[in-house]
Design a protein around this ligand. Structure first.
Ligand code: SAH
Length: 366
């Protein structure tokens, strides 16, 4: 018995040493082989998380110091024509009370955020056709009324002309998580008609139009093996998006994936650190999903190498209607009312808000 226990301890020590070596190689090379990613994502433990986070913090501090950028998140509408199996806003979910904010409401929410010091606004919503001119108009209004702000859009897959129209209106950045680099997993969580290829076409076109682009994926969707996560890392190595949004998958009870398990907070933190080491200058948010699933998720995310937080500035009357997953946090330090709270939290871990608009370092301020 004793020798068995000793053997197990020995194996664990070997794995830990191996994981630390792999993290060292990631630091040195800015990337790993598929096999190394798989080994790290299979054998990691608490000490690996701490070690990777320490390395990730060192890299983020070289590029960004201890500043954390803020983005005011406006959930402009929960009307969506898509049927993503994981998302509570899917068109087939008849239990959602649908809303679409008016232009005045959106611009007003941003103006309030501007007063509070925010210099980036993220307009996120479901994917619909027919609102192209409306969105362009809102972007123009924000950019003309509020000096030196960046506007980020996150409105799903659109034709090139639409992305071009919005860019011309003044949009600076676009968030469109690729959701999965693995075609099979992508198919398993999306209905027919949605394709991994189209998602990638969109990202390529957005980049061609001069947007700072954001890719990303959920952590812990059923079927996402270490092999698949290694593919996600390889994709990020190649695509090198300016922003990467990741957060644990959290089931929404009115969706086909409502009965599944939530993704792991620890694995999300490890992946955040790994992404920071692959993309030292990336804008990496500690996402709302992380804050929702984890104890002190936002601060944990910052300590793992994230450098962005997105306080929710959606008017209160709409906030609980943007329920992409169950229990979504939108108050406290996750909201604009809570920025002071967030500042206090950041201070306790030795970080502070950076009030600039926080472009990717490769993009000159416009
Ligand atoms: N319609 C936009 C915005 C989608 S919501 C678009 O298509 O890009 C933003 C992100 O929330 C999605 O990209 C997805 O990765 C994430 N998300 C959706 N449902 C989720 C869930 N149940 N748990 C965790 N994250 C989820």
């Amino acid at each position: 018995m004793l020798s068995h226990a000793r053997e197990r301890r020995g194996v664990r020590r070997m794995r830990m040493a191996k994981c630390a070596d792999i993290v060292d190689r990631l630091v040195a090379q800015g990337g790993l082989s598929q096999q190394e990613y798989i080994a790290l994502l299979t054998d990691y433990d608490r000490s690996t998380l701490d070690y990777a986070a320490e390395k990730a913090r060192a890299v983020r501090e070289q590029h960004f110091g201890r500043g954390v950028y803020l983005r005011g998140l406006v959930e402009v509408s929960n009307i969506c024509s898509c049927g993503c199996y994981y998302c509570g806003l899917r068109a087939q979910n008849s239990r959602v009370v649908r809303y679409a904010m008016t232009a005045d409401e959106i611009v007003g929410a941003c103006a309030q955020g501007y007063e509070a010091g925010l210099r980036t606004f993220v307009l996120q919503g479901g994917q619909v056709a027919g609102r192209e001119e409306f969105v362009a108009d809102v972007v123009r209004k924000i950019k003309s009324q509020m000096p030196n702000v960046a506007v980020t859009l996150s409105l799903g897959e659109q034709p090139t002309e639409v992305y071009a129209l919005w860019r011309k209106a003044g949009a600076d950045r676009y968030l469109l998580r690729h959701e999965s680099a693995n075609a099979e997993l992508y198919r398993a969580i999306h209905p027919e008609g949605m394709s991994f290829e189209n998602r990638h076409r969109c990202l390529a076109e957005l980049r061609g139009l001069g947007y700072q682009i954001g890719a990303g994926f959920m952590v812990g969707v059923p079927g996402q093996t270490p092999q698949v996560l290694a593919e996600e890392m390889k994709l990020l190595e190649q695509l090198r998006p300016e922003m990467v949004g990741i957060g644990p998958f959290i089931p929404q009870s009115d969706t086909p994936m409502g009965g599944q398990q939530s993704g792991s907070v620890e694995l999300t933190l490890l992946l955040l650190s790994m992404i920071r080491l692959v993309l030292p200058e990336a804008l990496l948010p500690a996402t709302t999903a992380l804050a929702t699933a984890g104890q002190d998720g936002t601060l944990q995310g910052i300590l793992a190498g994230a450098n962005v937080v997105m306080p929710n500035i959606t008017p209160l009357c709409y906030r609980d209607k943007y329920a992409i997953y169950d229990g979504k946090k939108s108050s406290g330090s996750e909201s604009v009312e809570g920025v002071a709270l967030l500042q206090q939290g950041l201070e306790t871990i030795g970080y502070e808000v950076d009030w600039s608009r926080g472009d990717h370092p490769q993009f000159a301020q416009e």
